[in-house]
Write a protein that binds this ligand. Structure first.
Ligand code: ADP
Ligand code: SF4
Ligand code: MG
Length: 507
């Protein structure tokens, strides 16, 4: 996603960052991982505000905490304030490494299918080695994820957090002057007089008065406490603030005041922001660019105005359509997001969004577990009269690894051609319905006499990756699965503009 975008004055470059939390249990101790942040790449320029938005649980806070190095990334690199030329080379190499990794994954897939891939594999491996040889020392030198605690302390002063909850993030036993003064004392080693002088300026800048410095946090309202949190964060003149839902715990009227303070600060001091919120209106007001997250991944990233006027990803469209519109005359067709957010320890395959996507296609990642319930419904005679001839289905068994579903019949009901024909025709009928996309992902329906079952095999699927589909506009969706800069073919062809743009009339 770095390729081709205008990447001037990049202050922060985050490359392939992952944060997986282990889930303990089972025989081996760890039975799985919550993939809270899963391969996230983006840049933030000097003075820029990048908004990060998505439903609760999509990984925004974890991403923020990982960037602040409050928790350790499982994988990936964070480059902050790296000299220009070296950063350009690093970005190129990180991109190259990603491309070769993808290529290797494709080659291995072909190998598993029995294709002879010897030469391709060798060439890709050689290129991979070459890239990592040059990249490794640059990573050691510049990636924050590879630095020891001492180096991190030095960096901490460039990178300050503002948290959601001003109640719990301020130490209740300390005077405000000590709370605000702490980073200056620890990170800048300033003396008491210097600190007090700076504090007086800061307290004025955030709209409180000098005598407030000598009070305790509990003497303040929520909004005032957040002002104190902000004063503390900017006290050491960081280059970037990571703001995690900084106004979500406040009353609406107070929210606007805090947002205004933050915007003024940013303009005056040229600060960069990573602004995290689940509120699209707040994100729109506070961000120059927006990254939309879903289940640990960025699914769309674009300039704020572009994102709100020319939204491409079906998930973002659904999010946008859910914003209340103050003017009742404005007609908006609401896209209701069906179903719950899936569990990030076991995300749907292919496109993570496919079970909820209103325009999902047959190759978006449907799996046996998506099909079991629809098959059960299909066999309900009140839905399909023909299904009354299918009696004796005792169990519907899905096997994710084999990519199959089996309809197991009772022993006393031998399954034969008649059952197979009826089930095939019912499946055919379902594919014609609006809800029938999952049935379109069926490759073959056959008999399995050994198990007295009807055997359903599902098709292979595709996985979208974040691609730059228009200049500076990145989308991870199979409807737009091409790169702007690779596009040469004419419209309507596989590489051209998508023939079908969902919800064009939606907003
Ligand atoms: N310390 C942790 N241990 C295990 N799982 C966690 C931890 N912190 C967050 N998670 C999980 O990671 C996912 C993302 O959470 P979070 O980053 O808080 O999302 P958001 O801020 O977008 O609401 C959630 O499924 C959450 O339950
Ligand atoms: S790839 Fe696009 S169309 Fe397919 S499910 Fe995902 S968001 Fe929907
Ligand atoms: Mg959060």
């Amino acid at each position: 996603m770095i390729r081709g975008s205008s990447e001037e004055n990049v202050l922060l470059f985050v490359s392939g960052v992952k944060k997986y939390f282990p889930i303990y249990g089972g025989i081996r101790g760890i039975k799985g991982f919550v993939k809270a942040v899963d391969d996230v790449t983006f840049t933030v320029r000097e003075g820029e505000s990048l908004g990060i938005v998505g439903e609760t649980g999509c990984g925004k806070t974890t991403l923020g905490r990982t960037l602040l190095h409050l928790i350790r990334a499982t994988e990936g690199e964070t480059y902050f304030d790296v000299p220009k030329e070296e950063l350009a080379r690093i970005m190129e190499l990180e991109q190259k490494e990603k491309d070769i990794k993808e290529e290797l994954a494709r080659i291995m897939e072909l190998e598993q299918k029995g294709k002879n891939v010897g030469d391709d594999m060798e060439s890709a491996n050689a290129r991979y080695k070459e890239v990592t040889k040059e990249l490794a020392p640059l990573r050691r030198k510049y990636s924050l994820n590879r630095q020891g605690p001492r180096h991190m302390l030095k960096h901490r002063k460039n990178f300050q957090p503002v948290f959601q909850d001003p109640f719990s993030s301020l130490d209740p036993r300390k005077l405000v002057k000590d709370i605000i003064g702490e980073p200056m004392k620890i990170l800048l080693k300033m003396n008491r007089e210097e600190i007090m002088k700076r504090e007086k300026e800061l307290i004025d800048e955030i709209g409180l008065s000098e005598d407030h410095l000598f009070r305790f946090p509990h003497e303040f309202s929520g909004g005032q406490r957040q002002r104190i949190g902000i004063a503390r964060a900017i006290s050491i003149e960081p280059k970037m603030l990571v703001l995690d839902e900084p106004t979500s715990a406040l009353d609406v009227s107070v929210q606007a005041q805090i947002l205004n303070i933050l915007r003024d600060l940013q303009n005056r001091r040229g600060l960069s922001f990573i602004f995290i919120s689940h509120h699209l209106n707040v994100i729109r007001m506070m961000s120059d660019r927006v990254a939309v997250m879903y289940l640990g991944k960025i699914v769309e990233l674009a300039d704020t105005e572009r994102l709100f006027s020319d939204v491409l990803h079906p998930y973002t469209k659904a999010l946008l359509s859910a914003i209340p519109i103050p003017d009742p005359e404005t007609k908006v067709s609401r896209i209701v997001l069906e179903g719950e957010i899936p569990n990030p320890s076991d995300p749907p395959r292919g496109c993570h969004f496919h079970p909820r996507c209103p325009v999902a296609m047959s190759n978006c990642g449907w799996s046996p577990r998506d099909l079991a319930e629809p098959l059960r419904t299909m066999l309900n005679p009140t839905r399909n009269a023909e299904a009354s001839d299918i009696t004796g289905v005792e169990e519907i068994e899905s096997d994710e690894d084999m990519n199959t579903v089996e309809l197991l019949f009772r022993e006393d009901v031998p399954v034969g051609q008649k059952e197979l024909d009826i089930i095939r025709s019912l499946v055919e009928k379902e594919t014609l319905l609006k809800t029938g996309t999952v049935f379109k992902a069926i490759k073959e329906v056959s008999l399995n006499p050994e198990r007295n079952a009807v055997h359903v095999e599902m098709s292979e699927y595709d996985t979208p990756g974040l691609k730059e589909v228009r200049r500076g506009h990145f989308v991870s969706c199979l409807l737009y699965n091409y790169n702007y800069f690779d596009r040469e073919s004419p419209e309507g062809s596989a590489q051209g503009e998508p023939a079908y743009t969902p919800y064009q009339s939606g907003r």
